[in-house]
Design a protein around this ligand. Sequence first.
Ligand code: ATP
Ligand code: MG
Length: 303
Amino acid sequence: MDELLAKALVVVTGKGGVGKTTVAAALGLAAARRGLRTILAEVAARDDLSRALGGSGAHEDELAGGLHHISIDPQAAMEEYLGDQLPSRTMADLLASSSIFTYFAAATPGLRELLTVGKVWELAQDTRRTPGGRPYDLVVLDAPATGHGVAVLTAPRTVAETARVGRIARQARTIDEMLSDPARTGVVAVARPEEMPVNETLALERSLRERVGLPVDLVVANGLLPGRFTASEERAVAGLDAGHAPVAAALAAHARHRTQQAQLARLRRRVAAPVVTLPFVFEPELGVQALTALSRMLEGGAP
Ligand SMILES: Nc1ncnc2c1ncn2[C@@H]1O[C@H](COP(=O)(O)OP(=O)(O)OP(=O)(O)O)[C@@H](O)[C@H]1O
Ligand SMILES: [Mg+2]
């Protein structure tokens, strides 16, 4: 965990709904507890972190001691970028108008991701471009679940290769340099211990290594269900009447636990990164208390 939190940027990836936002928040809490000035960055229009932890959105605001939050809107990131690059404010405003943005974003593969990750890169710099912006020790990116989950990490390289020359290509290369440097950028892959998510995690590890040259630093197997029976209890229960509803429910729950354990074992065998597990928390919504408990488990379980 020390090594992971010593990086400038930790990208939390994984398929939709596996627990990326939850794990990003837990990591942020763990980092802040260690005294690191930390910012959780998520891509706008979601604001999942704000809802769980009480942030307000597009500005860098402090949620709790040392933990900050920002919601990055690709269009706002483009306006900021253009305002920075163009001599005239009017020209920047014009170019950033939403129809032009929509047009460019649709026509340029990777642009939306580049703008998002460009802002993340800016947050992770020792010298901030944002006027009055203070540097952070750590940026935790709650990455959007797109494609193979690496779109955000590969976008700068894709754009640099497409544009090849010019200012955008140069800037994309600078961003890519940071993202593909394992000393500065860490990757946490979140998975549910189920067949497809495990396969996707293995594919993610492979494609990150091949396309960005980055290892996965940590795999979080999230949402582990408790077992209901010991082995001998299971044998005893197997002889009971499964038509009896409580018995059937307990057997089904135990079967889900067994399936998860088998997938977890497969994940551990096949993935190169260390695997840490988080239990399924039986609460209607995960608030600060539950997230803090999960952050302590992450710290306890990670190497
Ligand atoms: N360990 C857990 N125990 C119980 N509920 C969990 C756990 N992890 C996540 N959840 C819940 O599952 C739902 C999805 O989790 P989360 O929002 O973190 O996933 P995500 O990967 O960020 O999803 P998305 O791809 O939609 O952004 C949320 O309601 C969250 O509270
Ligand atoms: Mg999320």
